[in-house]
Design a protein around this ligand. Structure first.
Ligand code: TYM
Length: 334
């Protein structure tokens, strides 16, 4: 029997989980859990790179965890945990920080975007963020990392860091991870401005559908999505970015090809598609909301699941970190 490959991914605990996160990442996480050894975590330490109200961060972390479970991630099949519960993440991150040249960090487009957005709080953590991300991945010897398009550059840096480590200390400590980016939906765009990605920390909540938005909000947001003035429903991301974005969402949630959608809307208007997409989204999220509301009633249960997840993750993380400490010349604690 061959061992299952290892998958790892996570989401930063900021803003609201959106349809973008669901379609770009979590649908793939769900598919992969059937055949792989998967670890999915809540990147709560990454959230601290922007200012967080402590109480809101705590509540949001429970909420994200409940959303992971309600969206169909199974805590029995997978290892699901909070990043801050496994101290090896920050320890490995330090070792990798000492290997990463500044020039590589300077290239990160997400750092540039975020430091413009949070110009009053451009802290060192925002800058070293992708190194912590590399530590998350390398600790568990992940083979594949399912992410949306916006994380591709961070994944490439992670692979570079494996190279820096190998050059200094030799091969065999870390597995070289691959990004796993879905063909469809890897970059869901903002509803009001389809030239930028749908972001969960967008100040204007009309730009995204949150997983826990109620039916009324979902309908309103989708029906008022910005589209061009043409009427023919055809997939054309260049000239019809708003419509094409809605079609991508439709295609993933409704499991339909673009050709099938185009055919179904022949002779109809954009408005028809918007109404149907709103209904499809509400229907898709209805069972998720029910499960989510149930889970959120019982924090003790969530705590128990988080503890189990952290226990499973810690055993694996400790193995890698011990080897790393040994390789770099730190005396083992006796
Ligand atoms: P985060 O929290 O921004 O997003 C979580 C996942 O959702 C994907 N995503 C999207 N996909 C399609 N369209 C969109 N509009 C969209 N917006 C977000 C992201 O690509 C991501 O896969 N740094 C990471 C969290 C992280 C991580 C890791 C991921 C920390 N350590 C290790 C993988 C491995 C982040 O902030 O993702």
């Amino acid at each position: 029997m061959t061992a299952k490959k290892t998958i790892l991914s996570g989401s930063t605990v900021t803003g609201d989980l959106t349809l973008g996160n669901y379609i770009g990442a979590i649908t793939n996480w769900k598919k992969l859990q059937e055949d792989y050894d998967c670890l999915y975590f809540l990147a709560d330490l990454h959230a601290l790179t922007v200012f967080q109200d402590p109480k809101i961060l705590k509540d949001r972390t429970y909420s994200f965890f409940a959303q992971y479970l309600a969206l169909g991630l199974d805590p029995e099949k997978n290892t699901i945990f909070a990043q801050s519960h496994v101290h090896e993440h920050t320890e490995l991150s330090w070792i990798l920080t000492c290997l990463t040249p500044l020039g590589y960090l300077n290239r990160m487009t997400q750092f540039k975007d975020k430091s413009e957005k949070h110009e009053k709080n451009v802290n060192a953590g925002l800058y070293t963020y992708p190194i912590l991300m590399a530590a998350d991945i390398l600790l568990y010897q992940a083979d594949m990392v399912p992410v949306g398009e916006d994380q591709r550059q961070h994944l490439e840096l992670c692979r570079d860091i494996v190279g820096f480590f190998q050059n200094r200390y030799g091969e065999g400590t870390f597995k070289m991870p691959e990004a796993y980016i879905g063909k469809m939906g890897a970059r869901i765009m903002s509803l009001q401005d389809p030239s930028k990605k749908m972001s969960k920390s967008d100040e204007n909540d009309k730009n995204y559908v949150s997983i826990i938005d109620d039916a009324k909000k979902i309908e309103k947001k989708i029906k008022s999505a910005a589209t061009d003035s043409d009427t023919v429903v055809n997939y054309d991301p260049e000239n019809k970015p708003g419509l094409s974005n809605l079609m991508v969402i439709y295609s993933v949630l409704g499991n339909k090809t673009m050709a099938e959608i185009e055919k179904a809307y022949e002779g109809k208007m954009y408005g028809h598609l918007k109404v149907d997409l709103a209904e499809l989204t509400v229907e898709t999220l209805k069972p998720v909301h029910e499960k989510y509301n149930d889970l959120m009633k019982n924090r003790d249960h969530l705590d128990q699941l988080l503890r189990k997840g952290a226990e499973k993750a810690s055993v694996r993380a400790a193995l890698t970190l011990t080897e790393v400490y040994n390789k770099v010349g730190l005396i083992p604690r006796r």
